[in-house]
Design a protein around this ligand. Structure first.
Ligand code: HEM
Length: 457
């Protein structure tokens, strides 16, 4: 797909629906589905009707995607095997809820995630990152390599956990890590009917049910404590106090528990995977790494990190934008047609599954020059390719279901990059072996082994 000559400014979709032979290369779907969807789009075009053991319509054109996610979004819902499995794993929170329930929840929660509102969580982000750096400083051998992926995962879980529960997170962190791991690994498995239905008595299903009981018990305890003490300046306290300005309605405790679970699961593996890829790309591109460090030194110097400085890290932000293009953490999207629906002139029957791969979209040679190249400069504000407003770049989704945690995640990732960059020189270890894995999130299969040497400031 990396043919420079096919790059052009986005034009309207004028293609046709392609139909590969029944069961075409079906086996690839169980290996690496991102590579399979990429192959389908390269071989058959931007609108593909796939038929086999799984049936779906693949869309890989910004116009079609805009249609589904925004212009005619009411014709589509999340009644798909993948979202049903997410509902099994983390309840009926924003990620999976629909219609009125989704609208009310989103309206209540939107203000908590606005640009200004999330600034109150900046100190938690800084404190958690500094604690991780203190652990790194205390390592007996600074020359030995380690996998940065579990470090990023633990840190982002800590940040979302402390944002929600403040100090209560500390005492429960081991348990929460264990519960989250069980939920993540259930969500990442293919949605095989019956076997993944929770009534089926497999070991994994029993483990998930036990985990959910324990997790809900913990969240309920946290809620009871805040209700009893009428206290809580953490996100859980804010959720408990939130009321619809018109109706005065608040969320039920069950709703809050579902939202909390959704935020913990959806809000940490995503940022952690992006950060892991960021360190991978930076260590592969030493000149970019040097520029990031120079920017961090220039903007922050040796002063304690302040929120205003984060906003001035414009090159580091471009690096993150480019990482999210090449390695979109939540790489796969799917919807169901509620009723017979027209898309690009084609009648799709009710109950059709629509899938899109951000991995393929973000590497589409018609919208990106040298799409497989890591090039943060394409995110300069006036760059001809700059696609922030178009549907060719959707790391956080688009339309009304766009990620509610976008500003939170961007601030968190910038804080972590800035503090690591200020205190450590990161180098890719020679032992690193690279392979991409695409389950719920897109991650480096074997992690990313780095050497982190303290910087002399
Ligand atoms: C780099 C980090 C992140 C990425 C790439 C990401 C990506 C996404 C995407 C693509 C969607 C849209 C799914 C759809 O179209 O239905 C989404 C939705 C959502 N995300 Fe994120 N996310 C990130 C971080 C976070 C964080 C930190 C939180 C919360 C603390 C969060 C909470 C949510 C929620 C609640 C939704 C559902 C929104 C709705 O349907 O109204 N995400 N995310």
């Amino acid at each position: 797909m990396s043919d420079e000559s096919s790059y052009r400014v986005a034009t309207e979709f004028s293609g046709k629906l392609a139909k590969p032979p029944w069961g075409y290369r079906q086996w690839m779907l169980t290996g690496n589905p991102a590579i399979f969807f990429d192959h389908l789009a390269n071989r058959f075009g931007d609108f593909v009707h796939y038929r086999g053991l799984f049936n779906f319509y693949l869309i890989n054109h910004p116009d079609l995607i805009k249609n589904v996610l925004q212009q005619t979004n009411k014709n589509f819902d999340k009644n798909t095997p993948i979202y049903r499995r997410f509902a099994n794993a983390f309840g009926n929170g924003l990620v999976v809820s629909e219609d009125n329930r989704w609208r009310c929840q989103r309206k209540l929660m939107q203000p908590m995630f606005g640009h200004r509102a999330i600034e109150q969580f900046f100190p938690v982000m800084v404190a958690s990152t500094n604690e991780m750096l203190a652990r790194w400083q205390a390592r007996p051998n600074q020359e030995s390599s380690f996998d940065i992926a579990p470090e990023m995962s633990r840190l982002t879980l800590e940040i979302v956990g402390r944002t929600l529960f403040r100090d209560n997170f500390g005492s429960a962190s081991e348990k929460i890590q264990e519960w989250t791991h069980t939920i993540d690994s259930y969500s990442a498995k293919p949605p095989i009917p019956i076997i993944r239905d929770l009534w089926f008595p497999s070991r994994r299903n029993r483990g998930l049910k036990r985990t959910l009981r324990e997790f809900h018990g913990f969240i309920q305890e946290m809620i009871d404590e805040r209700v009893a003490t009428k206290h809580g300046d953490d996100l859980l306290g804010i959720l408990l106090r939130a009321q619809d300005p018109q109706s005065g309605q608040a969320m039920s405790h069950t709703q809050i528990a579902d939202e909390v679970l959704g935020m913990i699961v959806g809000g940490h593996e995503t940022s952690s995977s992006a950060l892991t890829w960021a360190w991978y790309e930076l260590t592969q591109h030493p000149e970019t790494l040097t520029r990031v460090f120079e920017e961090i030194d220039q903007v922050i110097g040796s002063r304690p990190l302040e929120i205003e400085q984060i906003k001035r890290l414009s090159f580091t932000r471009m690096v993150l934008d480019e990482v999210l293009r090449l390695h979109p953490p939540f790489w796969f999207e799917n919807r169901n047609t509620r009723q017979e629906t027209k898309l690009a002139g084609v009648d799709l029957p009710a109950g059709s599954i629509i899938v899109m791969s951000r991995y393929s979209l973000h590497r589409h040679s018609q919208y990106w020059r040298d799409p497989n190249q890591f090039n943060p400069h394409r995110f300069q504000p006036k760059h001809e390719e700059n696609p922030r407003s178009s549907y060719a770049y959707l790391p956080f989704g688009g339309g009304p279901r766009i990620c509610i945690g976008t500003h939170f995640a961007m601030m968190e990732m910038l804080v972590i990059m800035a503090l690591i960059g200020r205190h450590f020189q990161i180098e890719l270890s020679l032992e690193d072996r690279h392979e991409m894995s695409a389950a719920t999130t897109m991650t480096p299969k074997h992690g990313v082994r780095v050497i982190a040497r303290p910087r002399v400031l």
